[in-house]
Structures are given as structure tokens and as C-alpha cells.
Ligand binder design. Structure first.
Ligand SMILES: Cc1cc2nc3c(=O)[nH]c(=O)nc-3n(C[C@H](O)[C@H](O)[C@H](O)COP(=O)(O)OP(=O)(O)OC[C@H]3O[C@@H](n4cnc5c(N)ncnc54)[C@H](O)[C@@H]3O)c2cc1C
Length: 484
């Protein structure tokens, strides 16, 4: 037993997949964090062993997927075995082929939960974040916000050294304005769908960038309401899936029905974690007019942006667009100008970049190149439809090859669709007038518009980041907690 008080932005209780993802994301925002766990170490054996496509995409965006891919087994084929009631022998009932390629460039990887946790722990270690072990959060006392004249919000968490195991948290996403539940603390179910670890990682991935935006970038705190509105429907669908799967497994014990296969087929995209589309909210714009549907026919507002192979203009290196959407807290405006050999398209691009660079709220957001506690970073990436060699990179507006006093020229923001994947995949007409797509820091599509819709995009940001909020949610920290 001991006592310690500290000022931190974030106290994470539990170092399972949900807590570790949260700590990892928080570190990207330079949020100060304490993470405690009652256990003496990470999961050693058992629990989850399937890492789904979307979780792998998230791990890639943190730069830590390679170790998982290297250690794991690629799941291409799955069999279902059960007892034959007549012979009493265990038999293979069915073989399922995993067909994930069309949904994500990552399939499913089989790797035990402990190894996945270790990858997070190693990464956190590099960031100087360590889990405080043998610490049980026993009670939580939240002082009213106005107790302090400053902008700190004390939180007292009674912590004792761990002797027993067990969890006692209620099932609500946000039981208090400053308390959020993620992962198994918010939803539990059978392991039949192999979803628990994955949905836990994805819950934290959804929540923490919003906290980061509020705490470090001055975003309007109302965006935190979208954590519940975006993730609760996912959990509800997960419950439906789990019920169907349990019923199907029970049925298949007794006959040779193909119920399991059918459920898995129906929910395949959801189970892979990629078919999760968030509804309209303060963070997800509404389609404005029918015309917008035509600018990017295959991009739905709220979906996680699928990735396609493009070619880097400066050096011809092919890469997946998602590799440029790393999880560093930046918003990305993907600019699809169409065929830049056409003077009209080049002019539209110049006008659009001029707006971004000089006249708007966006201009301010884009100027800051290094993430820090001030403004969100908005990065513009350009994907042109004409061949790479047809346009000279240096003839493009400087927004797409900017200069930074410390980092020098950045030539890695422009791409050509030389593999014919991106424009077709997103449903954008190569010969058309192009479009703009805004991705949130978690790669979900927040806004879509034409090349001329810059003022509307500007308004989107001015609503979320009303001003240089001197009074962000807190300056010094979101609370302090004592160890007794
Ligand atoms: C047999 C089995 C098979 C499974 N198979 C799969 C699968 O194939 N795929 C899949 O995705 N999922 C699977 N799961 C589910 C998966 O293990 C969980 O969903 C996942 O661990 C949830 O992560 P979490 O971080 O939310 O919670 P946990 O992993 O439970 O982590 C919570 C952490 O919080 C700590 N803690 C709890 N209370 C306190 C407190 N008061 N103070 C301090 N620390 C505290 C705990 O010690 C724990 O380390 C399986 C689970 C089981 C049991």
C-alpha cells in the first residue's frame, strides 16, 4: 500500500487490449497518461487468438503491425469440428475459406492475446509509458468541475495492491462526463465470433482521438458524445451476431445445417471490423445534395476509408493510401482533382489550394506542422488521375510540396492513380471534375464535397474547433488520483 498523486490527462484502468490501445493512442497526442492494472503482468495464455482486418489496419496506423504479421498465422482456411452423434467420433463438419481480400488488404491473423498485448507494451515502453501493475482501482470519486478555480478536475481513485481478481464496472459507455468505458467493461459476450479483443481495440481507437482533440487541440467537448452514439450500435450488432452464432453452433451440434456458415457470411464485413459506418453527427457531415452522391459513388459518409494502391509522384514508389493515413492525430483532406492535364482541372486545384492556404480557418490549421497542444493538424494529400509523368510535381500548388523550416521540402503528399485502382475503387470519375474527401484521425470519412465546396469544409472545421480555445477542457490535466 502506498499513496501517490499526479496530474494527468488520462487515467486508464486496465491494461488489456482496450487499455493498451488507449495508452498507445494517447501517447500519439502527447497526453499524459497513467495506466494501472491489478494483474502482475500481461495475459500469458488463452483468451483471444484472432486479430481481424480492421484491428490490423489500426495497428498498422500506429506502426506496429509488422511484428503481429511476423509472429502470427495467416488465417486462410477454417474448419468446424463436432461430435457425430451416431459414431461418437469428432468429425470435420465444414471447411470455410476466409475471403477477406476484397474488404481489406489485411486478412485475419491468428496470434494469442498475450503476444498482441506484448507488441503494445513494447511500443509503449518506447514511448516511456509503463503499466503500473498490482494496482486495483477500488473506488472512484469525481469532484464537481467547479471545485477548483483553475481548470483541473480532480479525480480520486482508491487503489490498493492487487490480491484478488475480478471486474466490477457497469455497462454504460459514459457513466460520468469524465468517465468512459471501453472493451469488455462495456460489453461482454461469448468468444464464438472471435470479436472481443478486436471490438475492444476499436472502441478505444474511436474514443481516444476525440479526447486528444478536446484536451490537446481545443475541439468542442460535445464531440465526446459521439463515442456512445458511434460505438453503442456496434456493440448492439455484436450482441445480435453473438446470439445468432450461439444458436447456430447449438443447432449444428445436432444436425448438419449450415447455420454457422450463413451467419459468418452475413456478418463477414462486420466481423472483419471494416463494415462499420458511423451515422450523421457533429463529426459526420450530412450529404448536402444529390450531386454529392456522384462525386465519389463508392464512398459513404462515416465509413472507414478503404485503401487502394497509388504511386508516389516524387519517386514512383507504389503504396497503399492507408499508409499515409497514420494515426498521429492529423485530419486528412484527400484531394482528387481529376486529370490535371486539363487546364480547367489545374485551375480548380489552384483555386482550392489557394482557399486552403490563405483565406480560411483551414489555413490556420494547416500551418502548424508539428503536433502539439494547440491546433489540430490538417494535411492535404493529392491523388491525380493522369499518369504520374504527365504532370510535374513542382508545377502543383505549394500546399502539396510544402516547405518546413525544420524538415525541409515535403515531396510525399502527391500520388498518381497509375494502377487504376483509386478512382475506380472510390467511384470517382477520372475525367470528371474531381472531389474532396475529409478523413478523421481514425480514417473514417467525415465529409465529402466537390472541389468548389471549400467554404463548407471550412465551416465543418470552424464548428468543431470554434477558436483557439484558451479554455480547452483542461490545461494541467483531467484529474489526479491517489494511491492509498
Ligand atoms: C476463452 C476466450 C477466448 C476468446 N477468444 C477471442 C478471440 O478469438 N477473439 C477476440 O477478439 N476475443 C476473444 N476473447 C475475448 C477477449 O479476450 C476480450 O474481449 C478482451 O480481452 C477484452 O479486452 P479488454 O481490454 O476490454 O478487457 P480485458 O482483457 O479483460 O482487460 C481488462 C484489464 O483490466 C484489469 N482490471 C480490471 N478491473 C480492474 C481494476 N478495478 N483495477 C485495475 N485493473 C483492473 C484486468 O486485470 C485486465 O488486465 C476471448 C475470451 C476468452 C475468455
Amino acid at each position: 500500500m502506498g499513496s501517490s498523486t499526479s496530474n494527468v490527462d488520462l487515467l486508464i484502468i486496465g491494461a488489456g487490449p482496450a487499455g493498451l490501445t488507449a495508452a498507445c493512442w494517447a501517447a500519439q497526442y502527447n497526453m499524459s497518461t497513467r495506466i494501472i492494472d491489478q494483474k502482475k503482468g500481461r495475459t500469458e495464455t488463452g483468451h483471444a487468438d484472432g486479430v481481424q482486418s480492421r484491428s490490423l489496419e489500426i495497428l498498422e496506423s500506429f506502426g506496429i503491425v509488422d511484428s503481429i504479421l511476423k509472429q502470427g498465422i495467416h488465417d486462410v482456411d477454417m474448419s468446424h469440428w463436432s461430435t457425430n452423434n451416431e459414431t461418437g467420433k469428432i468429425e470435420r463438419r465444414r471447411r470455410y475459406e476466409q475471403n477477406t481480400e476484397k474488404r481489406s488488404r489485411f486478412g485475419q491473423i491468428l496470434l494469442n492475446q498475450g503476444a498482441v498485448e506484448q507488441v503494445f507494451l513494447d511500443h509503449l515502453d518506447d514511448k516511456d509509458v509503463q503499466v503500473e501493475r498490482h494496482s486495483v482501482a477500488e473506488h472512484l470519486h469525481l469532484f464537481p468541475a467547479d471545485i477548483d478555480e483553475g481548470e483541473q478536475f480532480p479525480v480520486v481513485v482508491g487503489v490498493r495492491c492487487a490480491g484478488t481478481y475480478g471486474r466490477g464496472l457497469v455497462r454504460q459507455y459514459r457513466p460520468h462526463a469524465r468517465v468512459f468505458l471501453t472493451g469488455d467493461a462495456a460489453h461482454t459476450h461469448s468468444p464464438k465470433g472471435g470479436q472481443g479483443m478486436n471490438v475492444s481495440i476499436q472502441d478505444s481507437y474511436n474514443l481516444i482521438w476525440k479526447l486528444g482533440a478536446v484536451i490537446t487541440n481545443g475541439a468542442d467537448p460535445s464531440i465526446l458524445e459521439t463515442y456512445d452514439s458511434e460505438r453503442r450500435p456496434v456493440a448492439e450488432k455484436l450482441m445480435d451476431l453473438d446470439e445468432l452464432l450461439v444458436q447456430a453452433y447449438e443447432k449444428e451440434e445436432n444436425d448438419t445445417s449450415s447455420g454457422i456458415y450463413e451467419v459468418r457470411e452475413k456478418y463477414a464485413g462486420f466481423m472483419a471490423g471494416v463494415d462499420v459506418t458511423y451515422s450523421h453527427s457533429t463529426l459526420i457531415a450530412k450529404r448536402k445534395k444529390d450531386d454529392d452522391l456522384n462525386v465519389a459513388r463508392n464512398i459513404e459518409l462515416g465509413m472507414r476509408l478503404p485503401s487502394f494502391l497509388v504511386v508516389q509522384m516524387c519517386d514512383g514508389v507504389p503504396l497503399h493510401l492507408a499508409q499515409k493515413l497514420t494515426s498521429n492525430g492529423w485530419w486528412r483532406i484527400l484531394v482528387f482533382p481529376g486529370d490535371l492535364r486539363q487546364p480547367a482541372r489545374m485551375k480548380a486545384l489552384a483555386d482550392c489550394s489557394d482557399y486552403f492556404s490563405k483565406r480560411s480557418h483551414l489555413a490556420h490549421l494547416q500551418r502548424i506542422q508539428i503536433p502539439e497542444r494547440s491546433s489540430p493538424n490538417v494535411e492535404s494529400l493529392l491523388i491525380q488521375s493522369c499518369p504520374r509523368g504527365a504532370v510535374n510535381l513542382l508545377d502543383l500548388p505549394e500546399l502539396f510540396h510544402p516547405f518546413d523550416d525544420i524538415l525541409g521540402w515535403d515531396y510525399w503528399k502527391t500520388f498518381a492513380d497509375d494502377n487504376d485502382q483509386a478512382y475506380n475503387g472510390y467511384g470517382i470519375d477520372k475525367e470528371g471534375s474531381g472531389c474532396l474527401v475529409l478523413c478523421r484521425p481514425d480514417q473514417h470519412v467525415a465529409w465529402i464535397g466537390s472541389m468548389e465546396d471549400t467554404a463548407d469544409l471550412d465551416q465543418y472545421f470552424s464548428r468543431l474547433f470554434p477558436s483557439r480555445r484558451e479554455k480547452a477542457i483542461t490545461k494541467g490535466g483531467i484529474g489526479s488520483f491517489g494511491q492509498q
